[in-house]
Design a protein around this ligand. Structure first.
Ligand code: ADP
Length: 352
């Protein structure tokens, strides 16, 4: 059965699960999307603070329904109470809760780009490692559902483990805690995850992962602007966004569009990173400013955002990345690693 069919079937069967007050769970506004993967079924029931115990039997009954219909899939039903906002119900829809922090995570730094292929994921991973090398406890959440590449960049395979209470245990790589939306995708079906399913997957990865205490969580956003960005920025307090761009892209309006959206959503732009900025010849080590120099800094000035630094276009970045050993970990003293670490230090000094 297709995953979407199974989700609808489970939802329909939740009509038989009674919630406090006598209504049924299928029509309850606090029921999340039902996420179905080849190995798991997951959904959440959000309730008003203090109502957790009252909803316990409904949660158990819902879990039993999903287990009966889900075959061998592992079923996870979480019961969450919003601390700051009581769900309000009008016209059968839940009002989105206000922005909250993720417990245990001091600050979230998102990494975005105007378009794909500019090196956003490579930058996210090496930035996270550079922050860790400054002594911070760091995690990385790969939210790029159109091309989740963080696990590959860190040499990780397989899905993260899930505890009995349905909480993910993140992978660990090079000292980073790592979770990827890719592990929840069915290969070749990424498009199906657009919209509400993707946003509830993001919420689950963010809030139902045993991150422990983190000084910083780096989130690798999808390119452009879409549902994931809106959901994240509406629900979660984010320190700000680092925008990655190539010199060519800078001349275009893609980066500008990303900055505009962030401003509209009152999300701080922490700065611009220029990737593939200049070329270092592998044989001579000579630097070539093939796109001219200083363009990114001027563009950052035009956009009125800080310029965080430039990363060269070097073969070793692509080679190490492809091999699952990011340059910052492979050659911590190399010029590439230094470029990433300089950006991390500038970021630390601009984010309290
Ligand atoms: P995005 O996340 O923006 O789609 P990726 O981080 O996946 O981009 O990078 C796209 C490709 O470019 C990858 O093959 C990556 O190894 C390569 N790449 C990224 N940054 C650099 C760089 N500074 N020098 C050389 N290759 C790079």
């Amino acid at each position: 059965m297709a995953d979407t069919d199974l989700a609808s079937q489970i939802k329909a069967a939740l009509v038989d699960v009674e919630i406090p007050g006598g209504a049924d769970l299928a029509g309850y506004a606090g029921l999340s999307e039902i996420i179905v993967t080849p190995g798991a079924v997951a959904f959440a029931i959000s309730v008003a603070p203090g109502m957790e115990a009252a909803f316990g039997p409904a949660r158990d009954a819902a879990k039993a329904v999903a287990e009966r219909l889900g075959g061998a899939r592992k079923v996870m039903v979480s019961l969450t109470a919003e601390k700051t906002n009581t769900p309000k119900f009008s016209h059968g829809k839940a009002t989105p809760p206000g922005k909250t922090r993720v417990p245990g995570i001091k600050r979230i730094i998102a990494v975005g780009s105007g378009k794909g292929g500019v090196g956003k994921s490579t930058t996210s991973v090496n930035l996270a490692l550079s922050l860790a090398s400054e002594g911070l406890k760091v995690g990385i959440l790969d939210a790029d559902l159109y091309g989740p590449s963080v696990p590959k960049l860190l040499g990780l395979e397989g899905r993260p483990a899930m505890r009995d209470d349905g909480i993910f245990t993140p992978h660990e790589a090079f000292g980073l805690k790592v979770i990827s939306i890719g592990s929840m995708l069915v290969p070749g079906q990424a498009v199906v995850w657009r919209g509400p399913m993707a946003t509830s997957a993001l919420r689950q990865l963010l809030r139902e992962t045993a991150w422990g205490d983190l000084d910083a969580l780096v989130i690798d956003l999808p390119p452009g602007t879409g549902d994931i960005h809106i959901a994240l920025f509406q629900q979660t307090i984010v320190e700000g966004v680092v925008i990655v761009s190539t010199p060519q892209d800078l001349a275009l309006i893609d980066a500008q569009k990303a900055v505009d959206m962030l401003r509209r959503m009152s999300v701080p732009v922490l700065g611009l990173v220029e990737n593939m900025s200049y070329f270092i010849a592998p044989d001579t080590g000579n630097r070539y400013d093939i796109f001219g120099s200083g363009g990114a800094e001027r563009a950052a000035g035009r956009l009125d955002i800080p310029f965080l630094g430039a990363i060269p276009l070097v073969m070793s970045i692509r080679e190490n990345s492809d091999a699952g050993v990011p340059p910052v970990a492979a050659m911590p003293e190399g010029a590439e690693a230094q470029a990433y670490r300089l950006i991390a230090r500038r970021l630390i000094s601009s984010v309290p």
